[in-house]
Design a protein around this ligand. Structure first.
Ligand code: G5P
Ligand code: MG
Length: 217
C-alpha cells in the first residue's frame, strides 16, 4: 500500500498515519519528523532546515526530495508506506511520481483530511507530543489520562513543538493554502484523491480511511 496523507497543519496526518502504520504494518514516513530529528541531532541538514521550520516556511525541495528518495529505498518501505507531510508542492509531487514510475510502483491513494481552518489553530496550540515515543495528545480534546504523563510509554516528556505558536501556525496555514492545496487538483486529475471529513472523532476518521484504502487496494 503506497499512500499519501494530505492535509493542512493540524488536520491529523500524524495521528492517522500512526494508526494506519500499526494497522497495516508499514512505516509512516513523515518529512516533518525526519527534519525535526535532523535538527535535534544538530546535523548539517538539520542546520539548513531549522530557519525555514521556525518561520513556518517550506524547507527546500532539494533537501526534502533527497530525504524521501533515500527513505523509500530502505527495506521496510518495500511493502508500502504512508507518506505524511510529503509532497507539499507541485515540484515535490512531480518528483515523487517520477521516482515511483522508475520503480513501477505508483501511488495507490491520496487521502485528503479536510478540517476547517478555525479548528486547526486550536488543535495546534493545544497539541503536546511525547518526546520519547512520539504519541500525540491535545490538552483541549484528547489529554493524557494523567497530567503531563504519556499514556503509552509513561514518560513525563510531553512537549509543545516550537512551531506551534500562533505566529508560526498562521504562516504554516498560509503556506498550505498557497503551495500545498493545489495538490488536491493534481491528485484529483489522476483519479487518486479521496476526501475525508477530518473533524470527526479520531476513530471515525480512521474507520473511513480504512474503508477507502481497502477499496483502493
Ligand atoms: P510537519 O511536521 O509535516 P504540519 O504543519 O504539516 O507539520 P502537523 O502540525 O504535524 O502538520 P498533523 O500531523 O496533520 O499536523 O496533525 P496531528 O499532529 O496528527 O494532530 C494535530 C492535533 O490535533 C493533535 O493535538 C491531535 O491530538 C489533534 N487531532 C488529530 N486528529 C484529530 C481528530 O480527528 N479529532 C480531534 N478532535 N483532534 C484531532 O512539518 C513541519 C515543518 O517541517 C517542514 C516545514 O517547515 C513544516 O512547516 N516540512 C517540509 N518542508 C518542505 N517540504 C516538505 N515536504 C516538508 N515536510 C515538513
Ligand atoms: Mg504531523
Amino acid at each position: 500500500m503506497r499512500t499519501v496523507l494530505l492535509g493542512a497543519p493540524g488536520s491529523g496526518k500524524g495521528t492517522q498515519g500512526e494508526l494506519l502504520s500499526q494497522k497495516y504494518g508499514i512505516p509512516q514516513i513523515s518529512t516533518g519528523d525526519l527534519l525535526r530529528a535532523a535538527v535535534a541531532a544538530g546535523s548539517e541538514l538539520g542546520k539548513q532546515a531549522k530557519a525555514a521550520m521556525d518561520a513556518g516556511k517550506l524547507v527546500s525541495d532539494e533537501i526534502v526530495i533527497g530525504i524521501i528518495r533515500e527513505r523509500l529505498t530502505q527495506p521496510d518501505a518495500a511493502k508500502g508506506y504512508i507518506l505524511d507531510g510529503f509532497p507539499r508542492n507541485l515540484a515535490q509531487a512531480q518528483a515523487l511520481d517520477e521516482m515511483l514510475a522508475a520503480l513501477e510502483q505508483p501511488l495507490q491513494a491520496v487521502i485528503l483530511l479536510d478540517v476547517d481552518f478555525e479548528v486547526l489553530m486550536k488543535r495546534l496550540t493545544g497539541r503536546r507530543t511525547c518526546q520519547v515515543c512520539g504519541a500525540i495528545y491535545n490538552i483541549y480534546f484528547s489529554p493524557p489520562q494523567e497530567d503531563q504523563r504519556c499514556d503509552k510509554c509513561g514518560s513525563d516528556q510531553l512537549i509543545q513543538r516550537s512551531d506551534d505558536n500562533e505566529e508560526t501556525i498562521a504562516n504554516r496555514l498560509q503556506v498550505y493554502q498557497s503551495q500545498t492545496a493545489p495538490l488536491v487538483d493534481y491528485y484529483e486529475a489522476q483519479g487518486k484523491l479521496h476526501k475525508v471529513n477530518g473533524t470527526d472523532e479520531v476513530t471515525e476518521v480512521a474507520k473511513h480511511i480504512g474503508q477507502i484504502l481497502e477499496t483502493a487496494m
